[in-house]
Design a protein around this ligand. Structure first.
Ligand code: 5AD
Ligand code: SF4
Length: 458
């Protein structure tokens, strides 16, 4: 019954007797969401039950993120506020997993001796054994060895019900952008086999998920002896029952015509690409080690739009990278104006100890970073509203996901291009894909009506 040969039946018996509960709080990227689902499944295999309330759990795990200083601060504060729960529940175990565990294990152990477990992103296979040992008071447990091979093949995630299933296809990153901590916290790039991914997608479809999002730090660096990313994408597109496929995030350098051809060929692959720009200045891109110039990025956008005319493009942008002057920042604004991104995640540069850029001497003043961020956000908001308003009168395919926050009389779903859309309920159901006539756009949301069922209000 148990795939992990290290788990003895003692562990299951011990936990079943006491019916211990767990709570995982996830910070950071979708990769962490997917990892938390893997860890949940491992814990459920040994009899732990998911607790809806953190205060009642016997095991609390924080799955953490190190990408910016603020993400780390949030977790430090959270840990301090959870410490008191140990007074009421002496059995309680508190664990830190994910990127901060990898990156800051010594600091965490020194400053927070009440932490029981510290596990890096390549050590989740051992979670059951480690929890068992810690329950039996065998010292603090720290395991942060990075692996060149671990892809968690044959470990399945425990997913909450929903529409979208995250499926991790590769782990780690070899790009070493000079600002980024990920290559240090998540280690070298490695890909899961096509067979194992297809098996997981089939299982997800069987469990009722209709949208699949393929995940990786650099999805298009996916390489296996049986094929690279375009081959995998096509295999997944052909799986019966997969209504939609998304993937995130690609590196602009690795988007090629093969990927675009597969996207064009299959209706169920969303015409939506997340294309992290980071900066519009060729000088800054060089010091970031992004390996493309401003012109090459703009040209790539042109190629994408030639192949896929209605493809939505979203991005990540950092302002205030060391050495960024007014000219460089204006180059970023220029790209934003030219490309008209449908959506953008925008950040102030945050120096990460151990990365190359943290040693650069020409750091930008915090106040200047803040001003640039505000200017960029305001430009992007203006563009986004214009892009959304231009959709009024058009027909978009919307996958119905949930009740709208505003009222139970309305559904919320996303367009192929990943824009949240609110429609009046008629006789459609969650997980249906419907043709929606867009009638309005406000802020980041579209509004419309189901063309197939106009006038039939349920
Ligand atoms: N400071 C600010 N933003 C960062 N990102 C990565 N590292 C940093 C950093 N040190 C951003 C990048 C990346 C996204 C996931 O986070 O834009 O694409
Ligand atoms: Fe970080 Fe760059 Fe790798 Fe993305 S490609 S995870 S930004 S190092």
């Amino acid at each position: 019954m148990f795939e992990n040969p290290n788990i003895s039946s003692d562990i299951i018996n011990q936990n079943n007797k006491n019916s211990l509960t767990y709570f995982i709080e996830t910070y950071g990227c979708q990769m962490n969401v997917a990892d938390s689902e893997l860890v949940s499944n491992e814990l459920e295999k040994i009899g732990y039950i998911n607790s809806n309330k953190i205060e009642q759990a016997d095991l609390i795990l924080l799955n953490t993120c190190s990408i910016r200083e603020k993400a780390e601060e949030t977790v430090h504060n959270r840990l301090d506020s959870l410490h008191y729960l140990k007074k009421n529940n002496p059995k309680l175990l508190i664990g830190v997993i994910g990127c901060m565990a990898q990156n800051l294990k010594n600091e965490l152990l020194d400053s927070k001796p009440y932490i029981d477990i510290i596990l890096g992103p390549d050590s989740y296979r051992k979670i059951s054994e480690i929890v068992y040992n810690r329950n039996n008071k065998i010292d603090h447990i720290v395991d942060t060895k990075l692996s060149k091979y671990e892809v968690y093949d044959n470990m399945f995630p425990s997913r909450k019900s929903g529409v979208n299933a995250w499926v991790s296809i590769m782990r780690g990153c070899d790009k070493f952008c000079t600002f980024c901590i990920v290559p240090f916290t998540r280690g070298r790039e490695r890909s899961r086999s096509i067979k194992s991914i297809v098996e997981e997608v089939n299982k997800a479809v069987g469990d009722g998920f209709v949208e699949i999002t393929l995940l990786g730090q650099n999805v298009n660096s996916y390489r296996t002896p049986d094929g690279d990313f375009p081959v995998l994408l096509e295999k997944v597109a052909k799986i019966k029952g997969v209504k939609r496929i998304r993937y995130t995030s690609p590196h602009p350098r690795d988007i090629n015509e093969d990927v675009l051809n597969v996207m064009k060929k299959y209706d169920n692959i969303c015409k939506n690409i997340h294309l992290p720009l980071q900066s519009g200045s060729t000088k800054i891109l060089k010091t970031m080690n992004r390996t493309y110039t401003k012109e090459e990025f703009l040209n790539l956008v042109r190629v994408i739009r030639d192949y896929l005319p209605n493809c939505s493009i979203s991005t990540d942008i950092i302002v205030g990278f060391p050495g960024e002057d007014e000219f460089d920042f204006n180059e970023t604004l220029d790209v934003v104006r030219k490309v008209k991104f449908d959506f953008s995640y925008m950040f102030k540069y945050s120096s990460r100890p151990g990365t190359k850029a943290s040693h650069y001497t020409n750091q930008v003043d915090e106040k200047v970073k803040q001003e640039r961020l505000e200017k960029l956000i305001s430009l992007q908001n203006e563009i986004r509203l214009k892009v959304n308003k231009s959709k009024i009168g058009s027909i978009e395919k919307v996958l119905i996901e949930k009740n709208s926050k505003k009222s139970d009389l309305f559904w919320s779903g996303r367009t192929d291009g990943n824009i949240w859309t609110v429609i009046k309920k008629t006789d459609e159901k969650i997980k249906d894909v419907v043709d929606v006539l867009i009638t309005d756009a406000k802020g980041v949301t579209l509004f419309g009506e189901n063309l197939n069922n106009r006038g039939q209000i349920s």
